[in-house]
Design a protein around this ligand. Structure first.
Ligand code: ADP
Ligand code: MG
Length: 257
């Protein structure tokens, strides 16, 4: 049988910042309809890898593939049109735009031809949205329990709420692959559980693939089909959660036992 190509893959990705090697020949694959975890200590290079995968950062060497097509030179918006969305470790919201407008922007990343930045600068694009857009944005506002703050500006939102806005904005892209950078940080236990349920449903019901960076290791081991471990820019282990839990190099580098 011919296997489907991975939705997203990094092959031999190296990133240098001056003399610092943030990533060294890293290979990561996100197969269709799977949840892949990426863990590692602070500074291991996890967010840097997200930058390379999402197109914000050009790697010093290596390639990024979506469905076996080389997208290393493609812009973030071109990758979004192919179904890639991400969230940021530190929510990057526009302080004067409302919660709802952020979700609209996510939707238009994929569904509108242009005008994204013109809309944003003039405010004109937010006046008469198509019905399909309104429906989709309403559904996401509901799913992430953002109804009571949907018309509030992003400035001044608690961190947990900002995180949910980021996730809603990413989901509005209708991604085939979703990259989540520490989605549970700033969330309380109940919010984390709800988010985990929403994410599992996305994979099961909508065939989305996830790449999940988390410092909450039990969450990753409990949710993921495969886990990759980075340490100082080097991939030191990859395997099932059970394999990772028992890996001596991982325990030494990361779990501190
Ligand atoms: P993680 O997300 O795993 O905590 P990062 O990818 O944020 O790690 O950082 C990896 C390393 O690269 C760190 O040593 C960090 O200081 C460095 N780094 C990240 N971004 C930059 C940058 N834009 N310029 C210089 N160094 C950077
Ligand atoms: Mg990080």
């Amino acid at each position: 049988a011919v296997e489907a190509p991975p939705r997203l893959a990094a092959r031999g990705v190296t990133v240098r910042f001056g003399g610092l090697v943030a990533l060294s020949e890293v290979d990561v694959e996100v197969p269709a309809q799977s949840i892949v975890g990426l863990v590692g200590p602070n500074g291991a290079g996890k967010s840097t890898l997200f930058g390379v995968l999402s197109g914000l950062l050009k790697p010093t060497a290596g390639t990024v593939l979506m469905d076996d097509e080389d997208v290393t030179a493609a812009t973030p918006q071109a990758r979004a049109r192919r179904g890639l969305a991400r969230t940021f470790q530190h929510p990057e919201l526009f302080s004067t735009l409302t919660v709802r407008e952020h979700i609209v922007l996510g939707y238009r990343m994929r569904h509108s031809k242009s005008r994204l930045w013109t809309d944003l600068l003039t405010g004109g694009g937010f006046r008469r949205p198509p019905a399909a857009e309104t429906e989709r944005v309403d559904a996401l506002v509901d799913a992430l329990h953002l109804g009571s703050v949907q018309h509030a500006p992003a400035a001044g939102l608690p961190l947990g709420t900002s995180r949910l806005v980021e996730v809603a904005r990413a989901l509005a892209v209708d991604p085939r692959v979703l990259l989540l950078d520490e989605p549970s940080s700033g969330l309380d236990v109940r919010e984390t559980e709800e988010l985990a349920t929403t994410l599992r449903e996305l994979v099961a019901d909508h065939g989305v693939s996830l790449l999940l960076v988390e410092h909450d290791v039990p969450l990753v081991l409990g949710m993921c089909d495969r886990v990759h471990v980075l340490d100082f820019g080097v991939l030191i282990a990859a395997g099932t959660p059970a394999e990772i839990r028992d890996d001596p190099a991982v325990r030494a580098a990361y779990l501190g036992t």
